[in-house]
Design a protein around this ligand. Structure first.
Ligand code: COA
Length: 187
């Protein structure tokens, strides 16, 4: 696993994914003050909490060459509308890499989270050579469950994570590679 490749920029048809920088604070603070953006989390963050999150959870892992989140920027407006990327998590005492995503509600239901998460999945499998990625989702979060399915994840189990009932969706590289090679090169 080569986390030293974590300085990437990922382009998709509608999005540019790049790493976070300190000057993203205004955009991140505005997003984290929005209750819909923060749905299925601990709730909205004040500016100081958002600053800590930006520095400790979004920027520091990138600089330490650890799995990290990308700022999601629209190609058209060049607006920072959320984040999507990789978090290291310990689930049922197993170390896992999670694909996480969170977008401004004005951009929901256009397929953007799926577009970002698929690009992050491919980056994880093809560049970082991850064997497996997961998503941790509250059972009532139907939009997120749908995104996980569209990214190719399958429900693996239900557990308790940080005190909350949580569905673990997972995806293995070999499964994605097989389905791809089936498409490109049918047996
Ligand atoms: C989850 C989230 C990232 C999805 O972003 P998005 O850009 O709207 O996702 P997409 O448009 O790619 O896909 C959403 C899918 O969920 C479906 N959906 C949306 N709301 C739904 C609901 N209440 N019930 C069932 N399906 C729903 C959409 O119809 C779409 O599926 P489809 O393409 O089959 O029609 C966004 O809602 C969000 O940021 N929510 C708050 C934060 C969050 O919950 N993050 C995930 C934590 S695990």
């Amino acid at each position: 696993m080569n986390w030293h490749k974590m300085d990437a920029i990922i382009e998709t048809p509608r999005l540019r994914l790049r790493h976070f920088v300190e000057s993203d604070l205004d955009a991140v603070a505005a997003l984290m003050a929005n209750p819909d953006f923060m749905r299925f989390s601990r709730g909205v963050f004040a500016r100081e909490e958002a600053k800590r999150f930006l520095l400790d959870r979004l920027i520091a892992p990138t600089r330490q060459c650890l799995p990290s989140q990308f700022a999601v920027i629209t190609q058209e407006e060049k607006r920072l509308i959320g984040y999507c990327g990789l978090f290291r998590q310990v689930v049922d005492e197993i170390s896992e890499i999670e694909i996480g995503y969170r977008l401004h509600p004005a951009y929901w239901n256009r397929g953007l989270a799926t577009e970002a998460a698929r690009a992050v999945r491919d980056y994880g499998f093809d560049v970082l050579e991850l064997e497996r990625v997961i998503s941790l989702i509250h059972p009532d979060n139907h939009a997120s469950r749908r995104v996980a399915e569209k990214v190719g994840m399958r429900l693996e189990k239900e557990t308790t994570f940080r005190g909350f009932p949580t569905l673990v969706f997972s995806h293995r590289r070999e499964v994605r590679v097989m389905s791809r090679s089936n498409l490109v090169n049918p047996p």
